[in-house]
Design a protein around this ligand. Structure first.
Ligand code: F6P
Length: 509
């Protein structure tokens, strides 16, 4: 940690602690100062998202102190490096070029992404046009970043039906693939094998079983049904996929940032190209805001200020994310990978031990369900959990407007209750209050909004990494377990007594 960074942290820690009540009482402009809207569209066709961070403990003093930290960490330089395609992933000596998929990046990366999108679009059109026969289903096989984005986007946006039904299968547990088989007719089913590396054991095993299922059910050339989405096109070809159906994306697009690349193919196939393009455009709105806005007005950076404050200064070990919208039910799952795989690190970008906590545990669920399950702890438990609420002004349903009204009023009531607290006639009925939350209020949940929401969190995650001085783009923590599983598979190795006993009970040789 440099002296400037250390001094910035000391200044942050010296800031006077005020309660949320005091902060609101002391500043009539607080809501305006700590809210920001990003909007797009023209005429009636508007859309946008309001980001309200006023119910967090950020105030002018803290914002100034965090701006000093961002300066000491050269946030502006790091951001420029990211967006211009520099090799910001130092441990793997790679750029992190997901924004190039949305048109912001080095010229070469943007051109490559445009060419890929053109090929994706053509293949989508060909499938919709019947070039592969009457295809009604796609089994999308992938895991982690190769599954979570398509699963989220299709669940959020294809509720009224899809041009092709997509079934995302990630788990190696055969039950997952069997459930997809049960919903598909082999005669009208395509298979997407989505794997950046094209080596992931779960994905490759599931892919082999999917081909066997097609073959056993009368498909003479199962490989002819496969589309490969990968950054290792040569491996896909070697595996048996014709190169006309291999959609290669760049090595510099990280797995958890890859839904913008060919990993997003099933999204385009389900929703149509225009909607996938609208997701890219929504993400680009956020990219432009992130690129062009300085200091506290930069919304992902401001969110990262609050994240750092809660994790490092107030010792919060978790952050809750509650989507008050069924369409975003999978958003907390998506964020878990994005945030925990990116920033769950214990060394900084040059390999030195970090001086404090890094990523908190991201968890959450859907409102109002979660209110009846876990909110007890948020209101009266002994740990402080900063919470994000995400909601939409417009409903997704066509039922009596009472449904959406009750949904939204509950969302807003929870933020108000966490902050205000309440006296009770005995300690069990008391609410301490002063518990922080942020609210992300979308005009609607449409492709552009979902794209913008995801990009906001990508940039928030990056901003957090910059403030901590860590590299968010590698994930070596997942490798050790994989290599031990491989050793078990190979046989002949011995492990600790507990693992040996488990292997014996389960009948491993
Ligand atoms: O094991 C972690 C991970 O490497 C993720 O980062 C990635 O999204 C996932 O596995 C799947 O990897 P691949 O796309 O190479 O199959």
């Amino acid at each position: 940690m440099t002296q400037a960074v250390e001094a910035a942290w000391q200044a942050i820690e010296r800031c006077e602690r005020r309660t949320l009540d005091q902060l609101f009482a002391g500043d009539a402009e607080r809501v305006a100062k700590l809210s920001g809207r990003i909007g797009w569209g023209e005429g009636d066709d508007t859309g946008g998202i309001l980001f309200d961070w006023s119910k967090t403990h950020l105030d002018d003093d803290l914002l100034c102190a965090f701006e000093a930290l961002a300066k000491a960490r050269d946030f502006t330089g790091r951001r420029a490096a990211l967006l211009s395609g520099e090799r910001v992933n130092t441990s793997e000596d790679r750029a992190a070029e997901h924004t190039a998929q949305r048109g912001i990046g080095s010229e070469a990366a943007v051109e490559e992404a445009e060419a890929l999108h053109q090929r994706m679009n053509m293949l989508v059109e060909a499938i919709h046009g019947g070039a592969f026969g009457d295809m009604r289903h796609l089994i999308h096989i992938g895991i982690g970043g190769s599954a979570l984005g398509p699963r989220l986007a299709i669940d959020a946006l294809a509720r009224d039906g899809a041009e092709v039904q997509v079934h995302v299968v990630s788990n190696i547990d055969g039950l997952a693939l069997e459930a997809a088989f049960a919903r598909c007719d082999p005669a009208t089913t395509l298979i997407a094998v989505a794997s950046k590396t094209f080596t992931t054991a779960e994905t490759m095993t599931n892919a082999v079983s999917a081909l066997a299922w097609l073959r056993e059910n009368g498909v003479a050339d199962p490989y002819g049904r496969v589309i490969a989405l990968t950054a290792a096109p040569e491996k896909a070809v070697e595996w048996g996929v014709d190169e006309t159906r291999v959609l290669p994306f760049s090595e510099s697009v990280g797995g958890r940032y890859s839904l913008w690349s060919s990993i997003g193919f099933p999204i385009a196939l389900a929703l149509g190209w225009a909607d996938f393009d609208a997701m890219l455009a929504g993400a680009r709105m956020l990219d432009e805001h992130f690129r062009d806005t300085e200091g506290r007005a930069n919304l992902p950076l401001r969110a990262a200020f609050a994240d750092q404050y809660y994790t490092r200064v107030r010792g919060c070990q978790t952050r809750g994310v509650f989507a008050y919208d069924e369409r975003l039910a999978l958003f907390p799952d998506y964020l878990q990978q994005l945030e925990m795989e990116s920033n769950g690190k214990r060394v900084d970008a040059v390999g030195a031990p970090v001086s404090g906590p890094t990523a908190p545990v991201t968890w959450g669920g859907v409102g109002t369900d979660a209110q009846h399950a876990v909110f007890q702890l948020l209101h009266q438990g002994t740990v402080e959990v900063p919470v994000d609420f995400i909601a939409s002004v417009l409903p997704g349903d066509m039922l009596d407007p009472a449904h959406h009204r009750i949904l939204l009023m509950n969302c807003f009531a929870q933020g108000a209750a966490l902050m205000a607290g309440a006296d009770g006639k005995d300690p069990a009925r008391e609410y301490p209050g002063d518990r922080p939350s942020a609210t992300i209020l979308c005009d609607d949940i449409d492709p552009a909004t979902l794209g913008a929401l995801i990009a906001f969190h990508e940039h928030r995650t990056f901003a957090n990494a910059v403030l901590m001085g860590i590299n968010p783009f590698d994930q070596f923590g997942v490798e050790l377990g994989k290599s031990i599983a491989n050793k078990i598979d190979a046989g002949g190795a011995t492990f600790d007594a507990s693992t040996q006993a488990l292997l014996e009970v389960a009948g491993f040789d």
